[in-house]
Design a protein around this ligand. Sequence first.
Ligand code: GNR
Ligand code: NI
Length: 168
Amino acid sequence: MALLEILEFPNPKLRTKAAQVETVDERVQAIVRDMLDTMYDASGVGLAATQVDIHEQIIVIDVSESRDEPQVFINPSIEIVDEEQFEYDEGCLSVPGFYEAVTRPKHVRVTALNEQGESFTIEPEGLLAVCIQHEMDHLQGKLFVDYVSNFKRNRIRNKLLKKQRTRA
Ligand code: GNR
Ligand code: NI
């Protein structure tokens, strides 16, 4: 088992846009395994490769209570199904300790490749729909704090910078 280091806001590497995966081979499957280990170790419901400084379109998610239903999304694409919105208190392993309400489309359709390289499409609901959108934002270099006011984002930034200074 290999745990990967999770980058924290405001590290500029979190702003990198991820490239498409060309082929889902053993190299990609090893990244998926390490990302799942890292997500479970950190008690997260999802993890995007961007957060572990790998700039490829790979996401792992587990929204189950029992923490034994991993889902893998490679090269995901998303469509908004209708205009209904949904507000949820979001957190992020790259923004530890902070939670803010974020409003996103409620009904989305997601197509991706699984860890075997097979295409699948789902219409997720609830936390899974929120989480997929949160993770797909990471792959574009976007963070949930980008949806809150400049005042709140700067306060979060300054608190995390202070914590990171005292840890380094
Ligand atoms: O663990 C996580 N919890 C969470 C809660 C609400 C909305 C999104 C998330 S994702 C987050 C893990 C993470 O940072 N993924 O990028
Ligand atoms: Ni996150």
